[in-house]
Design a protein around this ligand. Structure first.
Ligand code: MSP
Length: 648
């Protein structure tokens, strides 16, 4: 990260209901990004807020017998309170019912209307109340909403409305996306949008007649209509930073560096929003990044299922920092992840209680009992210290990189690895024996090296766990304030003589719940068993030779298309490129992945399996996936690698 400016946004959340873990996740992610950028010295602007108009909010209000404004006013407090609790450092909070927003939406509408980008016409088609979106006959099957993850009943609507000439901008948008690969991330989401754009784009209905739905921003050119909630909501990203009201402020912040969104609102952000901006003559945001969904176990979170995770209750129970850490470490950005209390406790105990917390208490205890309660002089360092130093600095640099590449989970995994290494280093060096044998110089060297590793680790984890990392740093005599970023990629910053606190438990161990001790994740074949040949040769102890292993030819393969196998709810049929032309494989992953999530991904396949017929469908190979506790995740290749590359 280089000092500059950084503007990050979250979606603005509907105020029809209280916040859940999905809202908490995006907002924590934005907060973590903002905090890393502030650490790097960037002028950072972090915007979140609430989406207060539209049918959803109106219906929630009607259900409670209050006005929509009262509904918004009471629910917005729950969001604000949660952000406070979760230590969210947003610089602004926009509500779409605020005058500063409404005025900008109206000015944009007038301008587009005057320039012929908006016109009036009769509309006859389908409407989904939940998604607040219109669909044509072509989009809808069996009267159900086509939006992935929705599938609710749609309503037939016939009325006059105003339309934005979105279709006019279709070719421009395709060209823009193709020539700006960073615009939609991850890559497979870009392909999804480009896939959507293969069909002709309809114009976008941007009004609702007041006679049907009056909770919205009035159209400046027709008092009988209010603005469609998405046309209103998307504008928040510019109205909040001074578009048409503060040119200097706007130019300093826009374009946004990243709009963080969930995968369900990809089309609105990568088709509606860019075409709207293009019509307005405003620059595009640099990146729209769509993350996956949190599932509960492997189920969708929903009120009807009664499995909605309440972030407030969870943070109360286990602590804000541990909750933030879990969400950031557990989700591979872009893909779905599974939230369960068991998984939380497992990671908490492993990474935080056993590794990091334990290391701090060991080190501070030894420093208090053998070094007079202060950081000692480092003394001469040997090969072991050099190795730990290099590992810590490499992990720090990798964390910085992971923020740029939106792979914070990987950065955190690298930091957790350094903590494990440091604990192993302490075990090998046995400082308690050094103390017993009076080898004071070596003892000081070991404890300095361990404490210095904790300085770097705690600095790198500071944006994720600001409270606990401030405690850790204070325990080693450092300031609680945000650390100096440059100092985190240099060794030796911990000043000898700093006072060390008596050990206390930073992350007390949590008693695992009864189902906790599940078998560890394993990579396992998903489609068919390996042929007899590939599996031949295990020794009595179950070991195989390297020659046995190399009989299976593992290759990187690109998924070209995916579809369900009729009559087999667990199977998907994939067309893949494994470097030797197209082939088809059948995999038992349908309960874990939707076909559209798979296209464009690079997976690992066993490419030299004898062809087999699975449920009558030919399969030429087998993909690898890890599974545990009913959750299955594909083994994928990280980064660009040509299809067919051998995996060894
Ligand atoms: N108001 C619109 C956004 C307008 S942005 C100009 C909206 N609001 S929402 O409250 O329904 O959803 C906000 C975000 O929560 C979306 O990004 C959505 O993807 C995300 N999530 C909802 N459920 C989720 C999970 N289970 N997991 C992760 N995020 C999920 O859409």
């Amino acid at each position: 990260m280089k000092a500059g400016s950084f503007y990050v946004t979250t979606p603005i959340y509907y105020v029809n209901d209280k916040p859940h873990i999905g809202h908490a996740y995006t907002t924590i992610l934005a907060d973590v990004l903002a905090r890393y950028h502030r650490l790097a010295g960037d002028t950072t602007h972090f915007l979140t807020g609430t989406d207060e108009h539209g049918q959803k909010v109106l219906r929630a209000a009607q259900k409670s017998g209050i006005s929509p404004q009262e509904q918004a006013d009471s629910t917005v407090v729950r969001f604000r309170d949660l952000w406070k609790k979760l230590e969210i450092t947003n610089d602004d909070f926009i509500r779409t019912t605020e005058e500063r927003h409404k005025a900008v939406v109206q000015r944009i509408l007038s301008d587009l209307f005057n320039r012929g980008e908006i016109y009036r016409a009769d509309y006859d088609g389908w409407y989904c109340v939940t998604c607040e979106r219109f669909y044509t006959d072509r989009d809808v099957t069996d009267g159900l909403c086509p939006e992935p993850g929705c599938g609710r009943q749609v309503e037939r609507i016939h009325e006059a409305n105003y339309f934005f000439r979105m279709s006019r901008h279709q070719q421009w948008l395709i060209d823009y996306i193709n020539s700006n690969p960073g615009f939609i991330q991850p890559d497979f989401r870009r392909n999804e949008t480009l896939g959507f754009l293969r069909k002709p784009l309809n114009d976008l209905c941007i009004s609702r007649p007041k006679s049907r739905m009056n909770w919205g921003i009035e159209l400046p050119f027709d008092k009988d209509f209010v603005t469609y909630v998405w046309f209103d909501a998307l504008v928040n990203y510019i109205s909040a930073v001074g578009y048409l009201s503060d040119d200097a402020g706007f130019n300093a912040r826009w374009p946004a560096d990243v709009h963080l969104i969930g995968k369900d609102i990809l089309t609105t952000h990568t088709v509606y929003w860019p075409t709207m901006l293009h019509a307005m003559g405003v620059q595009m945001p640099k990146t729209v990044f769509a993350h996956g969904w949190w599932l509960v176990g492997r189920d969708k979170m929903s009120k009807t299922q009664g499995n909605v995770v309440d972030p407030m209750a969870f943070a109360d129970k286990y602590g804000v920092d541990a909750f933030r850490y879990f969400l950031m470490a557990e989700m591979t950005l872009g893909q779905d992840a599974s939230f369960t209390e068991e998984a939380f406790i497992r990671r908490y105990n492993a990474d935080l209680a056993n590794d990091l917390g334990n290391m701090l208490s060991r080190v501070s205890k030894l420093l208090c009992s053998h070094c007079g309660g202060s950081i000692p002089e480092p003394g001469e360092t040997g090969a072991e210290e050099t190795e730990l130093r290099d590992a810590a600095l490499a992990a720090a640099r990798a964390t910085i990189e992971s923020v740029k590449t939106m792979r914070i989970d990987q950065g955190l995994a690298g930091i957790a690895d350094v903590v494990r290494r440091a604990n192993r280093y302490i075990e090998r060096q046995q400082p308690w024996n050094l103390a017993r044998d009076g080898r004071a110089g070596e003892l000081r060297r070991v404890l300095y090296c361990a404490a210095e590793t904790l300085r770097i680790v705690s600095g790198m984890l500071y944006p994720v766990m600001p409270g606990k990392m401030a405690d850790l740093r204070e325990a080693l005599g450092m300031s609680r304030k945000q650390p100096d970023f440059d100092g985190l990629i240099k060794w030796g910053g911990l000043k000898p003589g700093l006072p060390v606190a008596e050990p206390s438990s930073l992350f007390p161990r949590v008693q695992p719940q009864k189902q906790d001790e599940r078998p560890p994740k394993e990579a396992k074949p998903v489609a068919a068993k390996p042929s007899g040949d590939a599996a031949a040769g295990p020794t009595p102890a179950g070991l195989i030779t390297v020659d046995d292993f190399f009989k299976a030819k593992l290759r990187a393969a690109r998924i070209l298309s995916a579809e369900a196998v009729e009559g087999a709810s667990k199977l998907l049929k994939l067309r893949i490129d494994a470097g030797d032309g197209e082939r088809q494989i059948v995999a038992g992953i349908a309960l874990h992945y939707k076909p559209e999530e798979l296209v464009g991904r690079t997976i690992v396949v066993v490419s030299n399996l004898q062809p087999a017929r699975i449920r009558g469908v030919e399969s030429n190979g087998m993909l690898l996936a890890a599974s545990s506790g009913g959750v299955m995740r594909l083994v994928t290749v990280d980064g660009d690698i040509p299809a067919g590359a051998p995996v060894k």
